[in-house]
Design a protein around this ligand. Structure first.
Ligand SMILES: *Cc1c(COP(=O)(O)O)cnc(C)c1O
Length: 383
């Protein structure tokens, strides 16, 4: 029996009528862009994340670009982020005019190591009248972007402490971690801005593209609102922005799905706990460790095995959905070659890229399917 890596139709089946009425609402009101539906979602999403404001936009990538610009990243500024993440984390830095810089991850959680961030700043940077400046190049450091990978919030105690010391704004890439917690706070409520993606495969997915930025800062929210619509107020423009809005129809779908989100998280966490237990006696498999202060929403359940490519081929052979997130760390991507990184520079990210494999964890997975996944992994490991 094949087991898909993700089957969103199972999630939509029980809420089909609610989604249809959201569609009908849009059709009847003909308010397709912005309007009350988006405003309602922004309010509900901010409440959910525990922030004062939320500003919808066209994608998670745009949420990152808009946020970087809004917190004051100027052309040529450096932004420090993780090398082990989806491409958009660093791609957005370049699109905002900045220069990505990478500090390595903690080998267990896959997230930015706050001590390495501290070292990076101490060894390479100085505080000047222009702010934090990278000594060798003279570039300003404009922001730090931790990524909450696979549904687990990065060590925000450590990262916020370092960034507060240096006076650097934090833009959280929370695209994979809507609803995840660090201590008693949700992803997106720590930094100056939190960025979310509603790409269909995220824990909260639209029926298309969408994104959101959370913030406690009204002035920042106002800047985001302006930037998402050509950077103006009415027809008066002080800067050049984007056309990056969240459609009312997607907002309507997302309101339906946001109300279900905590239940879906529970399903994912149940499956993760099942795997944790089932793999305990398989020596070759390292299950994903969750920091004691974090509450993961398991956007991915990612194990590590030495012969990753062997397991990948074996599972594909058995019809078990699986994927490698991510096979090549960002500092080794061809498009970033001019940044001057090489193999061996960020060993934890490079090791992870060679060993990770994600398996199905969505809440609608059946007990039989879960067991089949475990059996297929066990079979490979006992060969
Ligand atoms: C999905 C994702 C993004 C980009 O989101 P889009 O909505 O696809 O633009 C950015 N960062 C991370 C970590 C992601 O997983």
């Amino acid at each position: 029996m094949p087991v898909p890596l993700l089957d969103i139709s199972r999630q939509h089946e029980p809420i089909r009528d609610l989604l249809r009425s959201a569609f009908d609402r849009a059709l009847e009101t003909s308010r397709f862009i912005k309007g009350p539906e988006l405003e309602a979602l922004e309010k509900e999403f901010a409440d959910y994340c525990g922030t004062a404001r939320a500003v919808g936009c066209a994608s998670g990538t745009d949420a990152l670009i808009l946020s970087l610009m809004a917190v004051g990243v100027n052309p040529g500024d450096m932004v420090v982020t993780s090398p082990f993440t989806f491409f958009a984390s660093a791609g957005s830095v370049v699109r905002a005019g900045g220069v990505p810089q990478f500090v390595d991850i903690l080998p267990n959680t896959f997230n930015m190591d706050p001590e390495l961030l501290r070292d990076w700043l101490q060894e390479r940077c100085a505080v000047t009248s222009r702010g934090v400046v990278h000594r060798k190049t003279g570039s300003r450091v404009g922001a730090v972007m931790p990524v909450h990978l696979f549904g687990q919030v990065a060590d925000m105690d450590g990262i916020m402490e370092v960034c507060d010391e240096w006076g650097l704004p934090v833009v959280e890439d929370a695209c994979q971690s809507v609803g995840a917690r660090w201590r008693d706070r949700r992803a997106g409520s720590f930094g100056a801005a939190g960025c979310f993606s509603f790409f269909p495969s995220k824990n909260l997915g639209a029926l298309g593209d969408g994104g959101m930025v959370t913030t406690d800062d009204d002035a920042l929210a106002a800047r985001l609102v302006s930037l998402r619509e050509h950077g103006g107020e009415g027809y008066i423009h002080r800067e050049v922005g984007f056309n990056s809005r969240l459609d009312a129809i997607q907002a309507g779908f997302l309101r339906v799905k946001l109300a279900c989100l905590d239940g879906w998280h529970e399903g994912r966490r149940r499956n993760a706990a099942f795997y944790d237990k089932a793999f305990r006696d398989i020596e070759e498999v390292r299950t994903p460790p969750i920091d004691g202060r974090a509450w993961s929403v398991y956007n991915q359940y990612t194990i590590r095995v030495e012969d990753r490519d062997g397991l990948l081929a074996h599972l594909r052979d058995r019809g078990i959905g699986c994927a490698v997130y991510y096979p090549l760390p960002l500092h080794l991507q061809q498009c970033f070659m001019d940044l001057g990184y090489g193999r061996g520079d960020l060993p934890a990210a490079e090791a992870a890229a060679g060993e990770v494999i994600s398996i199905p964890v969505y809440g609608e997975l059946t007990g039989d399917e879960r067991s089949e996944v475990v059996e297929a992994v066990r079979e490979f490991c006992s060969q």
